[in-house]
Design a protein around this ligand. Structure first.
Ligand SMILES: [Zn+2]
Length: 421
């Protein structure tokens, strides 16, 4: 029964530790409609949780779903203590339940930090770490450029969890006779061991799937094929979980059963997403900013009010303008900047007061690859960039434009495939 209960908690939480790499996430939000990644205007919901701090410069977020899972885990652990240590008071088991739950999420954070530190070592930016319903998620700014890097980033997570399991086991051994400490450390040792082991399942997007992809990638030198392979592994494992969930549900344990189905479904969509990312990569490969930029350069005068600016937006439908004065480029004005100002202040605020000033603009060049610019837009959180050639502004490139190009190419690609068969 004890083991049964422990396993139950393990199933509830341990799926989480997945890493996702960045740029395509936004695209996914629009094309694949991943359930967990949707937000207003394609804004990533993972960046809109409660920010609880920064570690190594990485912002740490609690997603709204975390509060639910924290409560569920605490109830579950307190229930396990109630069954195992009948002599404990209500107060004892709840307090220890809450402490265990916090340390458990601390362990998840430690796991994600392990991935992140290795990524940072390779100068790969880490956008954020989020704790959410399925565990933890470290978002890295770009895909590793070498198989060895991917291998090391992926393997760091499970290794860190095994390390924690060992440490907690050591604490358990060091506190004989202290029943509450023994219970706490014993549970944490078990759960970290289970977390590491679950994540080593060789199916993308689990760490084991990334390790598998790194190995196949290193071997075949073919990133696309490696991803397809690891993603198939992930889908197979996801279907097995769903099947197991259905069997468990039919046997009457519908709580655990449905949870397994839910986790399976989550892994399935994430595995398919991994596959879609490769399709996107292939589709955009070889394209440069110069190919997709708009060379029309809409400008507005710095002195006009925001109300007049809105008129300009409504008239032209353009969402981004260069701000000029005395023949000089002064800044960049966007709908995003406009929306930061309350509507009642629009008539008495000038464009110059809210624009992104020239020195803060992120620039690109016509020869920069489109995939690279998407990654930069993601990690710098901007939607538009002016394109400079030498010292001249020659165009504007926006996330919307790139998405449109992507969509068209994917559609035409499908038509091309149909025509071939
Ligand atoms: Zn991991």
């Amino acid at each position: 029964m004890v083991a049964e209960k422990r396993r139950d908690v393990a199933q509830r939480t341990h799926c989480g530790s997945t890493m996702t790499a960045g740029p395509h996430h936004r695209i996914q939000a629009e094309t694949v409609q991943m359930g967990y990644n949707r937000g207003a205007e394609g804004k990533d919901v993972f960046n809109s949780g409660l920010r609880i701090g920064r570690i190594f410069g990485i912002p740490i977020y609690l997603h709204v779903s975390w509060f639910l899972i924290f409560a569920l885990i605490t109830v579950s652990i307190a229930g396990y203590y109630a069954q195992t240590y009948a002599n404990w008071s209500e107060w004892q088991r709840w307090v220890l339940g809450i402490i265990t739950s916090f340390l458990f999420f601390g362990s998840l954070l430690f796991h994600e930090l392990a991935h992140s530190v290795v990524a940072l070592h390779y100068r790969i930016p880490v956008v954020s770490i989020t704790l959410f319903v399925f565990g933890g998620l470290a978002r890295i700014g770009r895909e590793p450029s070498q198989a060895k890097q991917e291998f090391n980033i992926a393997v760091a997570g499970p290794l860190s969890s095994y390390l924690l399991a060992g440490i907690f086991y050591g604490f358990e051994q060091l506190t004989p006779g202290v029943e509450m400490a023994g219970a706490l450390f014993g549970w944490l040792a078990f759960i970290n061991f289970a977390l590491a082991t679950f994540n080593l399942v060789p199916g993308f997007p689990l760490d084991g799937g990334r390790i598998l992809r790194a190995i196949v990638w290193g071997w075949t030198k073919d990133y696309t094929r490696a991803t397809r392979f690891a993603s198939r592994g992930g889908q197979l494992f996801a279907y097995l979980l769903i099947l197991l969930g259905i069997v468990v549900t039919l046997q009457g344990a519908w709580g655990s059963g449905l949870w397994l189905v839910f986790i399976g479904w989550f892994l399935l969509s994430a595995a398919q997403e991994g596959y879609a990312q490769v399709a996107i990569r292939n589709t955009l490969r070889g394209l440069r900013v110069g190919d997709v930029m708009s060379s029309e350069l809409p400008t507005v005068a710095r002195s006009i009010s925001l109300e007049e600016y809105v008129q300009e937006l409504l008239r032209t439908g353009r969402r981004c303008h260069l701000v000029v004065g005395d023949g000089q480029l002064l800044g960049l004005m966007t709908v995003h900047a406009l929306n930061r100002i309350p509507r009642e202040d629009w008539s008495r605020t000038s464009v110059q007061a809210v624009m992104l000033p020239r020195e803060k603009i992120h620039w690109t060049a016509p020869e920069e690859p489109v995939l690279g610019i998407l990654e930069r837009m993601q990690s710098e959180d901007v939607n538009q960039m002016p394109v400079v050639d030498g010292s001249r502004v020659v165009g504007l490139v926006s996330r919307d434009t790139i998405l449109r190009v992507l969509q068209t190419r994917l559609e035409l690609g499908k038509m091309g495939e149909l025509a071939e068969h």
